[in-house]
Ligand binder design. Structure first.
Ligand code: SF4
Length: 221
């Protein structure tokens, strides 16, 4: 489904590098403990991640994939099964729709949902349809079965550039639709890729979320 990624590290080197990244970003000095937690977490089944792209420029995805300082994309895909990503996956059209339907049905309550890009609110979302369903209804429906709902990048958080007047699509952010208590917001243009990876790692390693402020932002890093 996805292009083959050639591993650049041995497993041991990878876990060590990931531990140092988490230690520095989350300000947790116990590297050995992080290493153990990563090993345990890698031995468990990974949750699926559905990554949707709405009114976006793909810059948030590009930033994650192309960051050179740390292998962030490899870190992320070690933590989650990135089953659906419109920019990266081979599936298109009907086969992509079938894949999404399968994840939503078979992994109800387990999958993670990430939205990149703003939501066109015009005509109650009817200007953008997913498998014929207005995007607002689609997002409400699929967020109900998600363990975690993330808005990644300014466009997804508050409408960003697509919401700039006169915004012909009447773009809004995901928290405007679902509420700040349901959505974790990662600001930035592009979205902060390190914070995204650290947040998902925190969720997998500690089986809980870091503190979240009133704007829905994780207090990490
Ligand atoms: S937040 Fe910035 S980089 Fe991300 S989709 Fe919007 S314009 Fe592009």
């Amino acid at each position: 489904m996805f292009p083959i990624v050639i591993p650049l590290f041995t497993k041991e080197e990878f876990i060590k590098t990931f531990s140092y990244f988490l230690s520095s970003f989350l300000k947790i000095p116990e590297v050995a403990s992080l290493k153990r937690k990563l090993e345990i977490s890698f031995s468990k089944k990974k949750p699926s991640l559905i990554w949707l792209q709405l009114l976006d420029c793909a810059g948030c995805s590009e930033k994650l994939i192309r960051t050179k300082e740390w292998p962030l994309f490899e870190f992320l895909t070690a933590l989650v099964d990135l089953k659906y990503h419109e920019l990266l996956m081979f599936d298109t059209g009907h086969s992509a729709e079938a894949l999404l339907k399968r994840i939503l049905t078979e992994e109800q309550g387990d999958y993670l949902l990430l939205v990149e890009g703003a939501i066109p609110y015009r005509d109650r979302g009817r200007v953008l349809r997913v498998s014929g369903e207005p995007v607002l209804d689609f997002l409400v429906r699929i967020s109900e079965g998600a363990r975690l709902v993330l808005a990644f990048g300014n466009c997804a958080v508050n409408g960003g550039l697509p919401a700039t007047p006169p915004s012909p699509t009447c773009a809004i952010g995901l928290p405007n639709l679902l509420g700040t208590e349901r959505v974790i917001s990662l600001f930035g243009c592009p979205g902060k890729a390190k914070a995204l990876v650290a947040l998902i790692a925190y969720f997998r390693l500690f089986e809980t979320l870091p503190p979240i402020d009133r704007a829905g932002r994780p207090v990490i890093g």
